[in-house]
Design a binder for this molecule. Structure first.
Ligand SMILES: [Mg+2]
Length: 196
């Protein structure tokens, strides 16, 4: 039972530095977490710059989204990310940089059965990165991020998550001051700050 929606959400300044130093991978929702903020629906420049900084600092950076495969293909190729979990965990898209770029063929993917974002992230962590849950952080903003808020030790909500807490059983452990991409950039600064 949640006694008070805000009791369990502490400011990101409260995350112990030792736990931040153990972080190797940043997984994050896109809509209204990486995008949005400052009254915008688009991606803010500080959010995109923060993504570049995280990638250049050597973190595994992976958006986790319900967006379709076509979007994820573009994101995989054009954004500074390690890969993308798409269609709510149906697949993981990444570039194999060990091979020379090739011309595309068309892919049509279809599947049946159970899948979800968390199960997909767990699988790619063990298959591709050999990283455990205590060494990743997840950033989100709404009820469809709840499985991560429930299972991971370090989770961050951007400030607009406050609008959904009353509808959620599991809350992020920490919350930023800013909404959307503003909050994303705020957390990135906190994470990168402990490395200085
Ligand atoms: Mg969202």
């Amino acid at each position: 039972m949640i006694s008070n929606a805000t009791d369990r959400c502490r400011p990101i300044e409260a995350i112990p530095d030792s736990e931040l130093r153990a972080i190797k991978a940043v997984f994050f929702d896109i809509d209204d977490t990486f995008s949005g903020g400052e009254g915008q629906s688009r991606i803010l420049p500080q959010a995109y710059e923060a993504l570049w900084r995280l990638k250049r600092a050597g973190y595994v950076v992976v958006p986790v989204t319900g967006r379709p495969a076509g979007w994820c293909d573009f994101i995989t190729r054009m954004w500074p990310v390690t890969g993308v979990v798409g269609e709510n965990g149906a697949f993981f898209s990444y570039l194999d940089t060990s091979k020379k770029p090739q011309k595309l063929s068309i892919h049509v993917n279809a599947w049946f059965g159970k899948y979800d974002k968390l199960a997909c992230v767990r699988r790619i962590l063990s298959t591709f990165f050999r990283i455990d849950f205590p060494n990743i952080v997840y950033i989100g903003d709404s009820p469809n991020d709840e499985p991560f808020f429930e299972r991971l030790p370090i989770t961050v909500g951007v400030a607009n998550v406050y609008g959904f807490l009353g509808r959620m059983k599991h809350h992020p452990a920490y919350v930023t001051r800013g909404d959307g991409g503003q909050g994303f950039a705020e957390f990135a600064e906190r994470l990168l700050g402990v490395r200085k």
